[in-house]
Design a protein around this ligand. Structure first.
Ligand SMILES: N[C@@H](CCC(=O)N[C@@H](CS)C(=O)NCC(=O)O)C(=O)O
Length: 416
């Protein structure tokens, strides 16, 4: 029977079964990592509750095991060389248990390091960030008058990488735009649903557009979108174009998914169809690296008839322009209302700055008095205009606009 009495922690939390691994913990996100691992590997253990309400974690007995005063911590009576081993830091404990039992960590060196890289990613990136999110949103930090730390630490982009980057990886550097872009897109959902307010949402997309379209010293004074397509990945950056990768892949990758979301949006179903598409993507490719074409196939599977501009059940038009291409159009919308305001008596939507075959669906919105609502979209091909004649709206409107949700990436959108 091992003697653990030399460890002061056993004075406060005596071991009933000193031959079993002693776990000092609480069911918090870090705490449960070790419990889950112990259950998975089937190693017998004895658990001791470290009660935060009593500040147990700051007692001299606990600090003798973890001077950092945080759970989880363990004391393994049967450590290396048969000697007891005290250990803290959940990542170190997970790795120790995996090596001790030969479970959940591949023997093959390359695969072992690939596994360890995700442990470090969680420990160094996700864990601390989640901790700050919790503190500033849910606990004492939410009452802080200065809201800057809250905004700083929310970092929805980093958190979203657990899905876009981890659950769904990227096949090659050509496909990394999805990981960065989708994570950045997720930040827009955070702005829409957590921070709330249409203005903040539109400001978010205006800012993304500026990153893509404006030249600045960080991109060698070159407009990022002119350098290459998002599929060029990190090769967008070189001595001349400097940080072009960050200034293009993140915001344009996000914009591409935003445009897809908006094309799938309907007043009746809202985001349901887009959500089904994203669920399908995750289910089909769970824990795999995907290529741009894998993603395209899933979008095509869910696309509606009005998106099928080439009438072939394919989205080559969209992907060739926005994903594999570098063009960005400009739009102008002029219109006149009928005297009672219940019809657009004449109007014109113009697309410019593109090649002859550049196609896009341009959404049209009207405001019946409760904010802008989408009533349809115009199909534009090349540098052309579509005319609107006597479009009856049923009741008077306050105004009409195109791309009111920043739903098309454009160099400029003029609503007259
Ligand atoms: N990096 C450490 C973090 C541990 C940690 O933050 N534990 C929290 C609970 S999830 C804690 O003990 N908080 C109590 C305190 O800070 O007083 C690990 O992964 O073990």
């Amino acid at each position: 029977m091992p003697d653990l009495s030399a460890f002061p922690i056993t004075a406060r939390w005596p071991a009933k079964y000193p031959d079993r691994l002693q776990l000092y913990s609480l069911p918090t996100p870090n705490g449960v990592k070790v419990s889950i691992m112990l259950e998975e590997i089937g190693l017998p253990y004895e658990v001791h509750l470290v009660d935060f309400n009593k500040d147990d974690q700051k007692t001299p007995e606990f600090l003798s095991l973890n001077p950092n005063g945080k759970i989880p911590a363990i004391l393994d009576p049967d450590g290396p060389g048969g000697k007891p081993l005290p250990l803290f830091e959940s990542g170190a404990i997970l790795q120790y248990l995996a090596e001790k039992t030969g479970k959940l960590l591949p023997a093959d060196a390359a695969r072992r390091y690939q596994t360890i890289q995700w442990v470090h990613f969680q420990m160094g990136g996700i864990g601390p960030m989640f901790g700050q999110v919790g503190f500033f949103n849910k606990f004492a930090g939410k009452d802080f008058e200065d809201k800057r730390p809250l905004q700083r630490y929310v970092a929805p982009h980093e958190i979203a990488h657990q899905w876009w980057g981890h659950v769904i990886g990227w096949d090659s550097y050509h496909d990394q735009w999805m990981s960065e872009g989708f994570a950045e897109f997720s930040a827009s959902l955070y702005v829409q649903f957590v921070r709330q307010g249409l203005k903040k949402f539109l400001d978010f997309w205006d800012n993304q557009r500026d990153l893509i379209t404006q030249s600045r010293p960080a991109t060698g004074d070159i407009k990022p979108y002119t350098i290459g397509p998002v599929t060029q990945g990190y090769r967008l950056s070189n001595a001349k174009t400097r940080a072009a990768y960050q200034f293009l892949v993140y915001p344009k990758g996000a914009y591409i998914l935003h445009m897809i979301r908006m094309m799938f949006y309907t007043a009746r179903d809202k985001d349901t169809r887009f959500q089904s598409l994203m669920h399908d993507l995750v289910q089909t490719h769970f824990n795999h690296d995907i290529s741009t074409e894998d993603f395209k196939r899933i979008v095509e599977k869910h696309m509606s008839k009005d998106m099928d501009l080439d009438e072939n059940q394919r989205l080559d038009w969209f992907f060739n322009e926005w994903v594999y291409g570098t063009e960005i159009p400009s739009y102008r919308f002029e219109y006149q209302l009928s005297p009672d305001g219940s019809a657009i008596s004449s109007g014109r939507i113009t697309q410019s700055g593109v090649s002859d075959n550049f196609k896009m669906l341009v959404p049209i919105y009207v405001d019946f008095g409760k904010g802008l609502a989408r009533i349809g979209s115009a199909k534009l091909i090349g540098n052309t205009s579509v005319e609107i004649n006597d479009l009856k709206l049923g009741q008077p409107i306050k105004r009409a606009a195109i791309c009111a949700m920043d739903d098309v990436l454009a160099l400029s959108i003029q609503n007259k």
